[in-house]
Design a protein around this ligand. Structure first.
Ligand code: NAP
Length: 290
């Protein structure tokens, strides 16, 4: 399989992946970019013309060997298969090593080494596997996507309250597109050292009370923030139809956020982007536009 592509993105049909592919294509041209996808049928029309598409399933190592053949710089987008991710990521890391890639980047979580978030454990283990691989690597320790909260706007409008368990914890989220652009920039960095770690988060922290106040302002309605104990919040989410593991993850993450786990004041994301991160009010406005 021959290709002129240098930059390979796994999980490319995901919400972050498609944004990274578009940003890379804009910066280096589509012919330099390969999108690795679990299901090529889902890639139809998703990427800029000229982007190569290859099949690669994190659960099937033989597909990953073929998918990464000839790759120079690879972004491993963390899987959403909670509980199965370490083994899946190991398969990608092994394939990247066998392909002899010059750099492996990985979407981790903010302060992965110390984070109390339950979901951080699989990221910690993946980071260790990447370090053990000996490959030059870039860890993109992504903070919260603001979209995690804008996804709750429809039920908040329906019920007249925005619920959560983050109390008055400060949340330094940024738009998913900010993290995607940062990933593209980091992958293109020819000067990067053997091991690069970015703690990426939004410039300005807010609380969920601030979030609900901004939502109220933009909708001209009174939508208060109602803080629930994590177990109650999890119950409400399950009652609303979320799968139990996802409800558990969201409640656990909010509880950790109450203690500051989603806060970071280092502004590494805006430094990398060369511009301010997207304010949460803009992401709310975008969500309300639909
Ligand atoms: N920072 C945050 O706030 C935050 C929030 C949510 C998630 N995350 C993490 O960031 C990642 C990317 O975020 P996102 O918004 O793009 O999530 P997403 O839309 O759920 O994307 C997850 C990607 O993982 C891929 N995937 C799962 N199992 C796979 C397999 N066996 N083989 C190949 N690909 C597989 C999915 O493939 P398909 O497209 O085929 O389904 C999808 O492309 C998530 O997976 C999660 O680890 C971070």
């Amino acid at each position: 399989m021959s290709t002129s592509s240098r930059f390979f993105i796994t999980g490319a049909t995901g919400q972050l992946g498609r944004l990274v592919v578009a940003e890379l294509a804009r910066r280096v041209g589509p012919l330099s970019v390969t999108a690795i996808v679990r299901d090529p049928a889902r890639a139809a029309g998703l990427f800029p013309a000229g982007v190569a598409v290859r099949a690669g399933d994190y659960d099937q190592p033989q597909t990953l060997a073929a998918a990464l053949e000839g790759a120079e710089r690879v972004l491993l987008i963390s899987s959403n298969a909670l509980g199965a991710r370490v083994a899946q990521h190991q398969n990608v890391i092994d394939a990247a090593k066998r392909a002899g890639v010059e750099r492996l980047a990985y979407t981790s979580v903010l302060h992965a080494d110390t984070s109390p978030l339950g979901l951080a454990e699989e990221h910690r283990q993946t980071e260790a596997l990447i370090a053990d691989s000996g490959l030059p690597h870039t860890l993109l320790r992504n903070g919260w996507y603001t979209e995690n909260y804008t996804a709750s706007i429809p039920p908040a409008l329906q019920h007249g309250a925005f619920i959560g368990s983050a109390a008055q914890g400060p949340i330094s989220s940024a738009a998913r597109a900010d993290y995607a652009e940062a990933a593209a920039i980091a992958l293109l960095d020819e000067q990067a050292g053997e091991r690069v770690v970015y703690e990426l988060a939004g410039d300005a922290a807010y609380t969920l009370t601030d979030f609900a106040a901004e939502l109220s302002r933009q909708t001209e309605r009174q939508i208060p923030y109602v803080d629930l104990p994590p177990a109650d919040y999890r119950g409400v989410l399950i009652g609303a139809g979320l799968p139990a593991p996802l409800a558990e993850l969201l409640a656990d993450s909010d509880a950790a956020a109450a203690g500051g786990a989603l806060f970071d004041g280092g502004r590494a994301l805006s430094k990398l982007l060369g511009r301010p991160t997207t304010p949460f009010a803009d992401t709310i406005a975008q969500a309300l536009k639909g």
